[in-house]
Write a new protein. Structure first.
Length: 526
């Protein structure tokens, strides 16, 4: 009996020592940002401390355990919207960091926040949400200098500002280029994009002086809120995660792709309240698999375990400054017959703002695999989706680049080829060509550098005079490249090439080019 009493006292002391945060999720009918007496709470809304997730009760009340480094946030339900601040960023979180130590970091972080308020309340507004909607996706804005802020603003932001029929936007990390002071310049640029915008942390957004991974997001959290969070729109549940482990737990310098246990606990707890027939969109900076990065296998296995009951999933990432579709099957612990699709998005900075300067005084900044600088539209219909890529400064139907010689000798063999870089393509897509409206013929998929990008690169190496701008990065293999030989047996003169390519979503796109056939000049033999 005495032991039971002692255990009861210890349990009671632990309960008393545990801190809690509580408050209401409510409908802010007068839009004043505070809960008034007549404003009703909203039941059944998920609220999280970044690990635990609870639902608000019939009065909209919630309660969660809280420690000394938590961001409390509401997980927006479908049919509601967040209020937006003056920079068009959703207001959905409360930062609790009473023991923050700004002196420990090079860049500005949250100052100590003091005592928790008696009630931490979250406002929502009713919103007429269609199950059919579009999200705008940016890969790596990654600005290093004020000049690159100007490139981003004039090249990217100006193109999407005022765009209609887009419900939300997501940036997939690497907002800054290592100088975290650039976050503010990005915020000011992005407020011109008049839609709710959500941000992810990339490896260039980290506090590199952080002693632990849990503190590497301190400046990001001050500027953008939680690095791990979720929200719903229509029949889609978005989960955004920081997937950079820094310092590298293996003891090496740098970082490693992966998650802390608390992050995967958050995924698990969040999914408890999601309809199994809804689409799960996961977004993180580092791909789950790529040539250039590695990902901690145990984390990938647990993530896939958590998704095994959800038949509709897709994940988004950036980081590589190339574009690619990846698929995960049972050999990688994916538990369903249909493979998991990951889209590695091209970047809004392209190849780090490199390349020749164009007529708009902007760098061409084509990526290393020949994909042009751009952004993506993710179009949802219920729990289904399609993805479109939009090249900066080009029309929406520009979905491929065709590279071929300008002139070839009549009726002679040539090692030259017709190459097609189908930006949203993957290896088993159907890409065909025809010449002069003849018979459609298949092209061969291959993995090698895009010759059109090599042509851009070689201009820098063979010029006799220095060129303005920065030499692009060296070429890497393109995963969406097709080739065929050049027909030389046709009549002399100009010939029209047409290409049609069908993507993984069943849409067909067209491109065209031309080449010339001339009589071969007589070879001179000395």
């Amino acid at each position: 009996m005495k032991q039971l009493v002692m255990l009861g006292i210890i349990f009671s002391m632990n309960v008393q020592a545990q801190k809690y945060v509580s408050g209401y999720v409510y409908e802010d009918t007068n839009n004043n940002g505070k809960k008034d007496r007549k404003e009703a709470g909203i039941a059944g809304v998920a609220v999280s401390n970044g690990c635990d997730v609870t639902l608000s009760d019939a009065q909209g009340f919630y309660s969660l355990p809280v420690e000394d480094d938590n961001i409390i946030f509401v997980i927006k339900p479908s049919g509601y919207r967040f209020p937006l601040n003056e920079n068009n960023r959703p207001v959905f979180y409360y930062t609790h960091k009473p023991k923050s130590n700004p002196d420990a970091f090079q860049y500005k972080v949250t100052a100590p926040t003091g005592k928790l308020p008696e009630s931490v309340d979250f406002a929502l507004h009713k919103n007429s949400e269609s199950d059919n909607f579009t999200a705008l996706i940016f890969g790596d804005p990654q600005m290093y200098t004020p000049e690159e802020v100007d490139y981003f603003t004039r090249g990217v932001v100006s193109e999407v500002s005022g765009m209609q029929n887009v419900s939300l936007g997501i940036s997939l990390g690497d907002i800054a280029g290592r100088d975290l002071g650039m976050h503010e310049a990005y915020i000011q640029a992005m407020k011109e994009v008049d839609i709710p915008w959500y941000n992810l942390m990339g490896n260039h957004d980290m506090n590199l002086d952080a002693p632990a991974d849990s503190l590497s997001d301190e400046t990001f959290e001050m500027n953008f809120g939680p690095a791990n969070y979720a929200f719903n729109y229509g029949k889609v549940h978005f989960i955004l995660l920081d997937d950079i482990l820094y310092p590298d737990p293996r003891g090496s310098r740098g970082y490693w792709g992966g998650f802390r246990k608390s992050q995967l606990d958050f995924v698990e707890n969040s999914l408890k309240y999601v309809d199994k027939n809804h689409l799960i969109v996961l977004a993180f900076h580092i791909p789950l698999r790529s040539v250039e990065t590695s990902f901690r296998g145990s984390d990938l296995r647990r993530l896939f375990d958590l998704l095994k009951e959800f038949p509709y999933t897709v994940s988004l990432s950036a980081h590589t400054h190339t574009q690619q579709h990846l698929f995960f099957g049972k050999e990688e612990n994916w538990h369903q017959e249909k493979p998991h699709h990951q889209f590695i998005s091209g970047t809004s900075c392209g190849d780090w703002y490199s390349g020749e300067i164009n007529k708009r005084n902007l760098p061409e900044t084509t990526m290393r695999d020949g994909t042009p600088q751009g952004y993506s539209f993710m179009r949802f219909s219920g729990n289904r989706y399609v993805i479109d890529y939009k090249a900066i400064g080009k029309t929406a139907d520009y979905q491929m680049n065709i590279f071929c010689p300008k002139v070839v000798p009549h009726n002679e063999r040539t090692t030259a080829g017709i190459y097609v870089n189908f930006f949203m393509g993957k290896a088993d897509d159907v890409v065909e060509y025809r010449v002069d409206q003849g018979e459609w013929k298949p092209m061969q998929h291959l993995i090698e550098p895009d010759p059109a990008f090599l042509d851009l690169l070689h201009r820098w190496d063979f010029t006799d005079e220095l060129m303005p701008g920065d030499r692009p990065s060296n070429a890497v293999n393109c995963m969406h490249l097709w080739r065929t030989g050049v027909p030389t047996g046709l009549s002399t003169g100009e010939h029209q090439i047409e290409v049609r390519a069908t993507d993984m979503f069943g849409r067909t796109f067209f491109g065209n080019s031309s080449y010339r056939i001339e009589l071969a000049k007589e070879r001179r033999v000395d």
